[in-house]
Design a binder for this molecule. Structure first.
Ligand SMILES: [Zn+2]
Length: 222
């Protein structure tokens, strides 16, 4: 009897905490885990599975918002489901170093990334970028540079992570693999927003990324 009351109370407490965190974060899938006074980071989970490590609450809110928006599309919902239902963990964490390349996805290198077994992965993401993103990428025509919003950037990194976690990573064409799926998202997102068909991204590795300056112009990274 006592234990059931304790459990009920603790359930209620958890629910109330979860509810308010969701309210504050603006996401029904967000839960705050802890603040670690030793390393100075805050930890959250998304859908009780994807671990987020951020420097402050503002970064967490931004990330929850981008993840929620990704799931508004069919491909995004499948992508997040595939990650959440994998046997491995994903950590997304803020990193200043990711500013240079927009985002970086990694995992321990082994055959498991390509043989269907999979492995845990991480995404380093520059969470201080705004919604416009921090970079520009090459358009399908191989000549013009187009937007690479924070949403598209995060989606792209999540595709890398999914394939590493599922063991379906294409070692020799990992960029092409991520860009082709990113292009599907670009189309679905435009449709969702009732926007005209978007210019798609060139599906080969872009060796010369341009950054987006404060005036919204694509300029070489110096
Ligand atoms: Zn990539």
């Amino acid at each position: 009897m006592l234990s059931s009351r304790v459990n009920n109370n603790s359930c209620r407490r958890n629910f109330v905490f979860y509810f308010f965190c969701s309210l504050l974060c603006g996401s029904l899938f967000a839960t705050k885990l802890s603040s670690n006074e030793y390393d100075g980071y805050e930890y959250y989970t998304y859908r009780n599975s994807i671990e987020l490590r951020v420097q402050n609450f503002g970064q967490a809110v931004k990330l929850f918002d981008w993840l929620d928006k990704i799931t508004l599309t069919e491909s995004g919902e499948k992508l997040i489901d595939s990650i959440v239902n994998s046997s491995y963990s994903l950590l997304i964490h803020h990193s200043r170093s990711a500013y240079i390349s927009a985002g970086v996805t990694g995992a321990d290198i082994s055959d498991n990334l390509i043989n269907g077994v999979g492995a845990s992965a991480y995404i380093k993401f520059f969470l201080d970028m705004d919604d416009r993103g921090s970079h520009c990428v090459l358009a399908m025509n191989g000549r013009d540079y187009i937007e690479y919003t924070a949403l598209q950037n995060l989606y792209h990194e999540l595709v890398h992570a999914k394939h590493k976690m599922r063991g379906s990573w294409l070692y020799f064409d990992s960029e092409g693999q991520a860009i082709r799926e990113e292009n599907v998202f670009r189309q679905e997102w435009a449709k969702y927003r009732f926007q005209k068909a978007p210019v798609l991204r060139y599906d080969e590795s872009d060796d010369n990324p341009l950054i987006l300056n404060q005036n919204g112009r694509c300029i070489p990274l110096t």
